[in-house]
Structures are given as C-alpha cells and as structure tokens.
Design a protein around this ligand. Structure first.
Ligand code: PEP
Ligand code: MN
Length: 271
C-alpha cells in the first residue's frame, strides 16, 4: 500500500522512504546536473549526511531561452548513475510530455516546476505514468489553483502527489519571492496531501535558506526541497541560493531538531 492514513494524516511511501504524518523528508541536491563529478560528489555527501532523496534537474525551465537549458538525456544518465551508486531516490523535473518515458525511467518523483503548474496536459500524463509527483505552486497561483492542479494528477489514479510552496510573487523586491508559510497549515486543511517547502527558490539567497527551512519545519511542513552544490560560486544556475555541500550536515542537524519539536522524524535514506 502506497498511501496510508494515520490519525487523519497521510503517510506516503516513495521508493522505500516515508513522507507525511510524522515523517519529515529532506530532498537535497544541485539545481541542475552539470557534470559527472558534480553529481556524484553531491550524491555521496548528501547520502552520508542523511538526506532523504536526491534532486537535480536535467531539463531546466529557464526565464531566458538563451540560458543553459539542462543536459537533457545525458543529465538523466548521470542521475541514474548517482542512484545506482548511492541508492538515493531521485527527484527530477519533467517539462515536456514527449520526455515522460525517459524521465520516468530514472525518476522516483517527477518534479513539476512552478511555471508548469497549470500545464494540464503534462499533469494528466504524469497522472497516467503512476510515478509520484512533486507539484510546485505557480509564481502567482492561489492555493485553490494548486489543489486543482494536483487533482489533474490524482484524477488519473496517481495518488502520490507532494505539494510544494516555493514562494510567490508579491510587491516586495528585497528577495526573489515571498515564502508563504501560511500555505502549509492551510493546504493541510484543504487536502490530505503532504506539503513540503522550497526555501531556495523563494529566497534566491543562501543566507536566508536556513532560517526559512527551520520556520517551514516549525510550521508543520512534511519536508523540504533544498539546493546544495559542491561549489556554488561556479554553479551554472542558481549559484547564489545553493547551500555549500560542506555546510549541509550542520544545516540538516538543525532542521532535524526543529522537525522533532513539530513531532516529526527525519526520513533518511537507508544507508
Ligand atoms: C528548480 O527546482 O530548480 C526550479 C526551477 O524551481 P521552480 O519551478 O520552483 O522555480
Ligand atoms: Mn534552481
């Protein structure tokens, strides 16, 4: 059974890891897959630190069409290598229905980016694929719209959907997006689905990520998806917001402590 209701809270089983209820998941990894060394060094260190799953994009939704768009098939191959080597479940983005089969071959969780939250054809296809999904809230989407987008996946019989608050656009220019942490308890009222938070894309700045992660855990989130890079200063994209790999173990320890206060245990990858 992949979904279990425990005293009103949903516990999802994904690739041997539990998310939801009293299980807290930390999905960590670089913004994008850049090279074999970068991916394997990240996956090894994140496994050792106790992260729950590994993230990395092979297909990247970039604001400018002139920016790096991801390594594509080669990126998926490198993610597969990291998975074979570490056993960590992989979370990676699907942008185009034409890539669904290739992405499903490696992905334990398909990420739907904020810009594709209302791409209904893509959502239905992910629903039919049966692969669990991580659905990010659109930049200017209401919670109702997010829940309706999730319904497109659920409607096809795929019940394993994680909702993700990643910051919304407001009039405040001091940071990239405004992290709407009230979305966490309110989404939990609206649905039975686990709710996770992405502090990296909301902040756009590494220094804000630890505090927002702890706040998310305190707000009752079921997990985090956070960007971590072995050398963020040289990262191809989102360098300024990615945590340094060497800082991750101390970061995770703090997150784990606050999650415990909120009644949750870190769901670590089985070493
Ligand atoms: C990402 O996770 O790398 C990403 C592009 O996120 P978002 O869709 O939330 O901007
Ligand atoms: Mn990114």
């Amino acid at each position: 059974m992949s979904i279990e209701m425990k005293s009103g809270a949903t516990v999802m089983e994904i690739a041997g890891r539990s998310i939801g209820g009293d299980h807290f998941a930390v999905i960590a990894g670089p913004c994008t897959v850049e090279s074999r060394d970068q991916v394997l060094a990240s996956a090894d260190a994140l496994l050792a630190a106790g992260a729950t799953m590994f993230r990395g994009g092979a297909y990247k939704p970039r604001t400018s069409p002139h920016s790096f768009q991801g390594l594509g098939q080669e990126g998926l191959r490198l993610l597969q290598e990291a998975k074979d080597r570490t056993g960590m479940p992989v979370v990676t983005e699907l942008m185009d229905v034409r890539d669904v089969e290739a992405v499903c071959e490696v992905a334990d969780v398909i990420q739907v980016g904020a810009r594709n939250m209302q791409n209904y054809t893509l959502l239905s296809e992910i629903g039919r694929s049966g692969t669990p999904a991580l659905l990010k809230r659109g930049l200017a989407s209401t919670l109702e719209e997010l829940v309706m987008a999730a319904e497109y996946i659920l409607k096809e019989g795929n019940e394993r959907v994680l909702l993700c608050e990643r910051g919304i656009r407001t009039y405040e220019p001091a940071y990239r997006f405004t992290l709407d942490l009230m979305a966490v308890p309110v989404l939990k009222e609206m649905t039975h689905l686990p709710v996770i938070v992405d502090p990296s894309h909301a902040a756009g700045r590494r220094d804000l990520v630890p505090a927002m992660s702890l706040a998310a855990a305190a707000a009752g989130a079921d997990g985090l998806i956070v960007e971590v890079h072995p050398d963020p200063d040289e990262a191809i994209c989102d360098g300024p917001q990615q945590l340094r790999l060497e800082d991750f173990p101390a970061y995770l320890e703090q997150v784990e402590r606050v999650a415990q206060v909120a009644g949750k245990q870190l769901s670590a990858a089985a070493v």
